[in-house]
Design a protein around this ligand. Structure first.
Ligand SMILES: [Zn+2]
Length: 289
C-alpha cells in the first residue's frame, strides 16, 4: 500500500504540530544510539561473547550475579561517558513549552533527565541503570532511586576502567566475582542490590502503566511521536494504537529505518538520525536549540 500523501513533508508536519495540543512521545534505543551508546540488540547484541538478551534476565542474575553486574556496571560506565544529544534536548525543550506533552522512554541510560527533561512529563518504561533495588523484590521493597557511583563497588572496578584488557578483550576469561563481593540490600541484608531495570520476563510497573493509560484516555491525543524505534513494534505499537483516535491522531515515526507499513492518512515518517531530525521537526515550538 502506498504511504499517505505528504507523509514525509516537514511543512505538512509543522502544520499538524501547530494544531496539536496533547502529544505523546515513545522513545527507543535509536535515540540513545545517536549519543554513541551501544544498543546491544540485533547483530551487535553481544557483550564479551555473551548474548546481551540472555544476561538481562532474573535467571541470569540468579545463576551468576557477578557476571550480570559486570555487564550492568559497564553499561552504567558507558552511559556516564556520553552526553544527551540534540534529540533529547529538543524533547526536553518541547516538554517545557507544552504541559500537555508526555514522553515515554524505553531507554535506561538517564540521558533524558541529564538533558533536563521535566521529570513529571517523563515515564521510564524500563527503569534506569542508575536506580537500584533488592533482588528479593517484591518481598523486600528497598530501592535507591539514584546512584551513579562508578564503579558501584570495588569488585566491579574493571567495568569502569576503559583500559582494562580483561574487560575489553572478550577472548580473555573474566575472573568470577563472588556474591560476597557484591553490594547487599541494606534493608533485608540477605538480598543483593540489583539494577533498577526491567529484565526480559519481568512485567512493566503496573502503577506507571495505569497512569499512562489514564493520561491517554483523558482526552483526544493529537499526535504520537515514535522516536528511535518502530511504531509497528511493541511497546510503541501498543501505545500508538491505544492513543489513536481515527481521523484525529497523527502517528509520526522518526527512525533510521524507513517503514511505511500500517501508515494511515495523516501519519508521518521521517527517516534519519533523531538527533538532527527532532530539533528541525519541533522548531516551530522550541525555536533554535
Ligand atoms: Zn532487601
Amino acid at each position: 500500500m502506498a504511504p499517505p500523501k505528504d507523509y514525509d513533508s516537514i511543512p505538512a508536519f509543522h502544520d499538524k504540530l501547530l494544531r496539536s495540543k496533547r502529544i505523546l512521545a515513545v522513545c527507543g534505543a535509536g535515540l540513545s544510539a545517536a549519543s554513541g551508546l551501544p544498543t546491544f540488540r540485533g547483530a551487535g547484541g553481544l557483550w564479551r561473547n555473551h548474548d546481551a538478551i540472555q544476561l538481562a534476565t532474573p535467571e541470569a542474575f540468579g545463576d551468576d550475579p557477578g557476571l550480570v553486574w559486570l555487564f550492568y556496571a559497564y553499561r552504567r560506565h558507558m552511559a556516564l561517558q556520553v552526553q544527551p544529544n540534540a534529540g533529547h534536548h529538543a524533547l526536553a525543550a518541547f516538554a517545557k513549552r507544552n504541559p500537555d506533552f508526555l514522553c515515554l522512554s524505553q531507554n535506561v541510560d538517564n540521558l533524558h533527565l541529564r538533558a533536563h527533561h521535566p521529570a513529571p512529563q517523563l515515564r521510564l518504561l524500563h527503569g534506569s541503570l542508575f536506580s537500584l533495588k533488592c533482588s528479593r523484590q517484591p518481598q523486600c521493597t528497598w530501592t535507591d532511586p539514584y546512584n551513579d557511583a562508578d564503579p558501584l563497588c570495588p569488585s566491579l572496578a574493571a567495568a569502569a576502567d576503559d583500559n582494562d584488557p580483561t574487560l575489553l578483550d572478550a577472548s580473555k576469561p573474566l575472573a568470577p566475582i563472588p556474591t560476597s563481593a557484591l553490594p547487599h540490600c541494606p534493608e533485608c541484608q540477605t538480598g543483593l542490590q540489583r539494577p533498577g531495570v526491567v529484565w526480559f520476563g519481568e512485567p512493566l510497573d503496573e502503577a506507571m502503566l495505569d497512569d499512562i493509560e489514564a493520561w491517554i484516555a483523558a482526552d483526544v491525543v493529537d499526535m504520537v511521536i515514535v522516536v528511535g524505534t518502530s511504531s509497528v513494534v511493541y511497546p510503541a505499537a501498543g501505545f500508538a494504537e491505544d492513543a489513536r483516535t481515527e481521523g484525529k491522531t497523527s502517528v509520526v515515526t522518526v527512525n533510521m529505518e524507513r517503514s511505511v507499513a500500517g501508515m494511515r492518512e495523516g501519519d508521518f515518517m521521517f527517516t534519519g538520525d533523531a538527533a538532527s531530525l527532532l530539533p528541525e521537526l519541533l522548531k516551530p515550538i522550541i525555536g533554535d536549540l
